[in-house]
Design a protein around this ligand. Structure first.
Ligand code: ARG
Length: 566
């Protein structure tokens, strides 16, 4: 694809020797509307250098450029040099790039040789995978895909919450009140019930707490029975989680959870001791962070056991040593901001200069609109139930619209789940938001179903075509505003990907896909495609194919499927 902005900067730098190409690029602007050209170069700052009125400088630049096949025209408008890109050259450059690169359009090798770890999802075992977890899962997966698309060497990690005193308590509860068959049949709700019962009973019989601690100690010391039960709780939980990951089409390179670091803690504690970082406080070990305006980091409890934060520190050191990451990204709710700030500071104080390469990507809360879901026992909404309901509701909507779809179940799954994922990724991640069915499943709003429907519409046009798209396309036939607007949107895709990755913000891609779909639909409604004039038909079809491909590539990054019929 021709980088028109850079081409213009190159041309300008020949005329203005005092400025570098980079400086010119900095100064260039995109005019607020296309009647003022595609790019503009303001000449006000040149007045000093040339000791001339800006308007005159602009006039001279226009004259010196003269005729150039790249431009339809170049003109001076009140000291701005406005560049109008030749429409056919522009359309050809963009559409050919998309059609040549296909699924790779928008990708790059920017990240070659750089390892990026994306840690996301990380639910706690024996606890429900609830609607709140979807955010980390879906945002994290999109961030991973963005970096992957940019050529980084990516590793995805699910840092399962599978360690800590609560597992001692769970073992006690299971041994007292549990039943194997019930756990096998309905693992998470059963384990959750046992855990709740433990706390109710412990109010009346505080000695249960000691028993819980004892069993966790046993687990840490490698006691056979404790290990067997813990492993079993972990296995049945993971089986449940994997069902949800399967629905979302997500998998991880590593499931090294908190327990993975249990034997890596002593070394970390020793390093902290050697660096004299630990301070005693009521029998526990802390790192004082007062100087940095933060509460102390509790590293080791008075009974010698380690904590969530200690395991995060050990995990980061392990990851640096094992993967030698360029970036180590954590997609975790904003409630944990302080936790991450604290331990990032601790590793910095340990002397690790790569602390700056550890990045917490926080996100806001999701709540459900009243009446969205009736809950199973307890008040938590299970993610799996939300996804299933989305599929069911979608099936009803599709049935009303299109009755002769042979694979309706498959499409309902792709659209229903895609709708939830797309909705999740529609707002800036840091914003809290309320989930509502109407907003998620609306086929006409700025939703997943809307862009998927647009994709399917493009597929249908391509199926109906009477000509094949070949090398000989007369791009000068694409010249009206709707066609040009669509080309202009498509051109942005590679930069959209880079910006979204740099800001860890998948919603930039989500909103962009909506822009593509809207530009496509304006074009579709105003420009007949299957027309008599075969040359015209071919040119417009090429544009349809390019729009379809771009929507698909964007949706793939988000983890949303692009059905061809719906
Ligand atoms: N298991 C934790 C939770 O559900 C999230 C873990 C986040 N990752 C981390 N490295 N601390 O709240």
């Amino acid at each position: 694809m021709i980088d028109f902005k850079r081409e213009i900067a190159n041309i300008l730098s020949e005329k203005i020797e005092e400025l570098t190409v980079e400086e010119i690029l900095e100064m260039m602007e995109i005019p607020p509307n296309s009647q003022m050209g595609d790019y503009a170069f303001p000449c006000f700052k040149l007045a000093k250098i040339f000791r001339k009125a800006p308007n005159m400088i602009a006039e001279q630049i226009v004259e010196s450029i003269g005729e150039n096949p790249l431009f339809e025209k170049v003109e001076n408008a009140q000291a701005y040099v406005n560049f109008f890109i030749d429409k056919a050259t522009f359309a050809k450059s963009v559409v050919e790039e998309v059609l040549e690169k296909k699924d790779a359009f928008g990708s790059s090798n920017l990240g070659e040789g750089k390892k990026v770890i994306v840690e996301f999802s990380s639910p706690n075992i024996a606890k429900p995978f609830h609607i709140g977890h979807i955010r980390s899962t879906v945002i994290g997966n999109a961030i991973y895909k963005l970096y992957d698309f940019l050529g980084y060497d990516t590793v995805t990690i699910n840092h399962l919450g599978d360690y800590g005193t609560q597992f001692g308590k769970l073992i006690v509860a299971y041994k007292k009140w549990g039943n194997e068959k019930e756990v096998e049949e309905n693992p998470i709700p059963t384990l959750l019930k046992l855990y709740i019962k433990f706390h109710e009973e412990a109010e009346k019989h505080p000695e249960l707490e000691d028993e819980g601690r004892l069993w966790f100690k046993k687990l840490e010391d490698g006691d056979e029975e404790a290990k067997r039960l813990w492993q079993w709780f972990r296995d049945v939980s993971l089986k449940e989680f994997n069902r949800v990951y399967g629905m979302l089409n997500i998998s991880f390179d590593s499931y090294a959870g908190e327990s993975f670091y249990s034997d890596k803690m002593p070394r970390v504690l020793k390093m902290m001791e050697e660096k004299n970082m630990l301070k005693e406080s009521k029998g526990a070990d802390i790192v004082d962070l007062e100087e940095y305006g933060m509460p102390p980091a509790l590293i080791r409890k008075s009974d010698g056991s380690t904590l969530y934060i200690t395991r995060d520190i050990a995990a980061a050191i392990y990851r640096k040593e094992h993967y030698d990451f360029y970036k180590n990204i954590y997609v975790v709710a904003s409630q944990q901001n302080l936790h991450f700030q604290q331990w990032f500071k601790v590793i910095e104080l340990m002397g690790y200069d790569w602390a700056k390469d550890c990045i917490h990507v926080p996100f806001g809360l999701v709540s459900l609109e009243e009446g969205t879901m009736s809950t199973r026992k307890g008040r938590v909404v299970f993610l799996e139930d939300v996804l299933k309901k989305a599929v069911e509701k979608t099936k009803e909507i599709i049935k009303e619209k299109n009755t002769n779809l042979s694979n309706i179940d498959e499409v309902a799954r792709q659209v229903g789940i895609g709708a939830v994922v797309f909705q999740e990724l529609s707002n800036n991640r840091i914003k809290d938001y309320t989930f509502s069915w109407d907003r998620t499943l609306n086929f006409d709003g700025e939703t997943g179903p809307y862009v998927q429907y647009t994709h399917a519409r493009a597929c249908s046009v391509l199926r109906k075509a009477e000509v094949t798209i070949d090398e000989n396309i007369d791009y000068s036939l694409l010249s009206n505003e709707d066609e040009m607007d669509l080309v202009r949107v498509l051109q942005k895709f590679p930069n959209i990907i880079k910006e979204a990755a740099r800001k860890y913000e998948p919603s930039i891609v989500t909103r962009y896909i909506v822009d593509v779909a809207q530009a496509f639909n304006r074009f579709y409604h105003h420009c007949p495609i299957i027309v008599e004039d075969k040359e015209m038909q071919k040119a417009r079809l090429a544009l349809v194919a390019a729009a379809r491909q771009t929507i698909k590539n964007g949706l793939t990054i988000l983890g949303v499927s692009s059905p061809e019929r719906m």
